[in-house]
Design a binder for this molecule. Structure first.
Ligand SMILES: [Zn+2]
Length: 253
């Protein structure tokens, strides 16, 4: 049987093989070379969600596994719900870049990164959302990560990033206990200083400019909202700050 060798200079595509995550979720193993050690041996206690901003999962897979691009994620979920594992959860995948959430400034060392196949301006496919929910249930349970620590790339890098964007259904995740969503609460008068203080309490520590903070917050919790700081922004931020202060001491039981 003839063996076809790739021409010189042709990037080799590594094949996916059937595997499962540490928690037994069906996944395709498609290793990326783009990872390192988690610094100081820390364990992941955040999950960061992204969109790929590419036209297909296949194109994203190639990019996330290409040495030249120096990007990766632990998982990529395709539109049809297939889950690819690219980097072992014990390792530090290169997905978040510069940013911060609360006291965490090396987000990559402290997080598990999940890329969602989506061009950025389209609804997220139903099979993809179902697969994401199953994967999050498994990850949060195994690492004892609370739902408020499932965040957007735009939350920890608001100056550079806007993914997974306004089309992503955070409320749906929250209803399943896989993220958080503001509860209706008493509406208060817009107060920029108080709003920024609420955001810092929630975890938005990567930016201090009021416009950047408001945009990042709305991308996540008030998609489609425009204009100056509104009573509804104040109410949502105050509720989240009260219930989910980012660096509260962990209750050891
Ligand atoms: Zn991203």
């Amino acid at each position: 049987m003839a063996t076809v060798m790739p021409a010189v200079g042709t990037p080799r595509r590594s094949a996916s093989c059937v595997a499962e995550t540490a928690g037994g979720i069906a996944a395709l193993s498609h290793p990326s070379p783009n990872f390192g050690e988690r610094r100081e041996g820390v364990r992941p206690d955040l999950v960061v969600l992204h969109y790929t901003a590419m036209q297909s999962a296949e194109a994203a897979l190639e990019r996330l596994c290409c040495l030249d691009h120096e990007v990766s994620a632990h998982y990529l979920i395709a539109e049809d719900g297939r889950i690819y594992q690219l980097v072992d959860e014990d390792m530090r995948a290169w997905h978040a870049g510069a940013g911060a959430w609360g006291a965490v400034t090396d987000v990559n060392s402290r997080s598990i990164g999940i890329e969602l196949a989506n061009p950025g301006d389209a609804p997220f496919a139903a099979p993809l959302m179902a697969a994401l929910e199953a994967l999050l249930v498994d990850i949060l349970r195994r690492h004892a990560i609370p739902p408020e620590r499932v965040i957007a790339h735009s939350d920890c890098a608001p100056l550079r990033k806007s993914d997974p964007g306004p089309r992503f259904d955070w409320r749906r995740l929250a209803l399943g206990g896989l993220s958080v969503w503001p509860a209706p609460s008493k509406v208060s008068k817009p107060d920029e200083k108080a709003f920024l203080s609420h955001l810092e309490t929630i975890g938005y520590t990567a930016a201090t400019q009021p416009e950047t903070c408001l945009s990042a917050f709305r991308l996540r919790f008030r998609p489609g909202a425009t204009g100056p700081l509104a009573p509804a922004d104040m109410a949502a931020a105050a509720d989240l700050a009260r219930r989910y202060p980012v660096d509260r001491p962990l209750l050891l039981t």
